[in-house]
Design a protein around this ligand. Structure first.
Ligand code: PEP
Length: 249
């Protein structure tokens, strides 16, 4: 039985001060539950503040939104997995569509980042998803599976079994358009089958999250869809009250 995963991606919102007040509010509304995993991905500069605000609430995990693959050195502006881990992260997003589209992240880069994440003590959550054009050309399956296979290309099966994946169609992110539960389920089924080819039966245990304009109304239907094990939520996670409500879906 896969425990559901609820992950919040704040994108470039909430500096350290806003992070403290958000988490104070969130924790007052969200009691620890052992039937699910909740992950919050603040901007890297807010990780320490988030860790301090969470204090003893080890049921809420922190993630970083992006990492570089080197441990340290002359890479201005980058964050290494080791540094993110030291600041409180235990998870990292890899290959979010905004990274791919706005910052030119390639499949090869996602492979290096997934590999570096494990070496630096972080669990990667690899994000995959097709653009509107690719969807219109009926290339969803090919694109998603290409991104998936490339992203895990440097990992061994034991690492793949312990990671998380998020299907995030680019046309749904931040647009107010959400995939139907049937759409999401179909793509998740393809992902699960591809993972089974890589790691065998244990692919059944790997959490597959859906992301793309999910809100409190659409969350329950998506969560009820076969093969949808969790949600990766951007805009609707920015408000502590709303996110506490969604994390209890
Ligand atoms: C995201 O940033 O991963 C995301 C899904 O954003 P939104 O929920 O705003 O579409």
């Amino acid at each position: 039985m896969r425990a559901p995963v609820f992950a919040a991606n704040w994108k470039m919102n909430h500096g350290p001060r806003a992070t403290r007040s958000y988490l104070e509010h969130f924790l007052s509304r969200y009691s620890a539950r052992d039937d699910r995993t909740v992950i919050i991905c603040p901007p890297a500069v807010s990780l320490e503040a988030a860790r301090a605000a969470l204090a003893a609430r080890s049921d809420v995990l922190l993630g970083v939104q992006n990492i570089f693959w080197e441990e340290k050195g002359a890479f201005t502006g980058e964050t290494s997995p080791v540094m993110a881990h030291e600041a409180g992260a235990s998870v990292t997003l890899v290959g979010h569509s905004e990274r791919r589209q706005l910052f030119g992240e390639t499949d090869e880069m996602t492979a290096r980042k997934c590999d570096a994440a494990w070496r630096g003590g972080l669990t990667p959550m690899l994000c995959v998803g097709e653009s509107q054009d690719e969807r219109d050309r009926d290339e969803t399956r090919a694109v998603v599976l290409r991104q998936l296979r490339a992203g895990i290309g440097r990992l061994d099966a034991s690492q793949v079994r312990r990671m998380m994946f998020a299907y995030e169609p680019v046309w749904a992110i931040g647009t107010g358009r959400t995939a139907t539960p049937e759409n999401a389920s179909e793509v998740h089924g393809w992902i699960r089958a591809a993972l089974a080819d890589e790691v065998g039966e244990q692919a059944r245990e790997i959490p597959l999250l859906y992301g793309g304009s999910v809100n409190a109304e659409t969350a329950p239907r998506l969560m009820a869809a076969p093969n949808v094990d969790g949600l990766l939520v951007g805009g609707a996670s920015l408000d502590a009250e709303r996110w506490a409500h969604m994390a209890c879906t």
